[in-house]
Design a protein around this ligand. Structure first.
Ligand code: PEP
Length: 247
């Protein structure tokens, strides 16, 4: 079986002012000796300062979105090159809040993944079903379709991370059973295998949606779960560290 180094990524969403640096420092200082890779994705405004601050530690900094183009007349947008220039090494793409708040479909997510690759960033591509789709028994099918349509040709173990985030589990305190998580992660591994062959065995698939210190160990021990994408609990250094230690 492939070596997949677990990744624990924190998505701060639209949270964090400059004073949050102290939280970041607490996280960075608490990582020594941990086996997982760790990353914090703060809002754009903090990326430069945070990247400078964690230089030399094992904490990585990522963005939460990017525009497909390298530069140009796109008021308010940020390119993958700009993220990279500010010190980010990765970028979350296709988060359900982007898909819903900004009407992002799979085609635009795919274009953004190509932009991330162009800039040398690691894309973390988010997929996940709604509650209606889950109740209709369509979770694996929906997620398979999203992976098929959001991930461009050319994905490798080194240039892609997928995050399974059931929309109904985000910020709700509800999580799927570990059996349900294993089923969807297995479906994602399967479609990745169809498209990318043996490379798929090395692609990390994160679980996201109400991961907390008290449920992290069980979720992270589930088949085909290679880490976590953490929203709310990543805002508190102690909680994020507890999740990273649960690997
Ligand atoms: C997320 O939106 O990426 C997420 C997982 O949020 P939470 O952990 O707060 O459910």
């Amino acid at each position: 079986t492939a070596e997949r180094r677990p990744l624990i990524a924190g998505n701060w969403k639209m949270n964090g002012l400059r004073a949050a640096k102290s939280e970041l420092r607490t996280v960075a200082a608490g990582l020594a000796g941990l086996s997982a890779e760790t990353m914090i994705c703060p809002p754009f405004t903090l990326i430069g300062a945070f990247a400078a601050d964690v230089a030399g530690t094992q904490l990585m900094i990522g963005g939460q979105d990017c525009h497909p183009a390298e530069s140009g007349a796109h008021t308010g947008d940020i390119s993958a090159e700009m993220l990279r220039d500010a010190g980010a090494v990765a970028v979350i793409l296709g988060h359900s809040e982007r898909r819903i708040d900004h009407q992002e479909g799979d085609a635009i997510v795919k274009a953004k993944v190509k932009a991330a690759w162009r800039a040398g960033l690691l894309p973390v591509v988010c997929v996940g079903e709604t509650l209606v789709e889950r109740d209709a028994g369509e979770a694996a099918a929906v997620v398979t379709r999203q992976v098929r349509q959001s991930v461009p040709d050319g994905a490798t173990a080194a240039n892609l991370v997928v995050a399974y985030e059931p929309i109904w589990a985000i910020g709700t305190g509800r999580t799927p059973t570990t059996d349900d998580v294993a089923e969807v992660h297995g479906a994602i591994r399967h479609i990745l295998g169809e498209r990318f062959g043996a490379e798929a065995n090395g692609i990390r698939i994160l679980y996201g949606g109400s991961v907390k210190p008290d449920n992290a160990a069980a979720l992270l021990a589930t088949a085909d779960v290679d880490g976590a994408l953490v929203g709310g609990a990543s805002l508190k250094a102690a909680d994020f560290l507890a999740i990273a230690r649960a690997v």
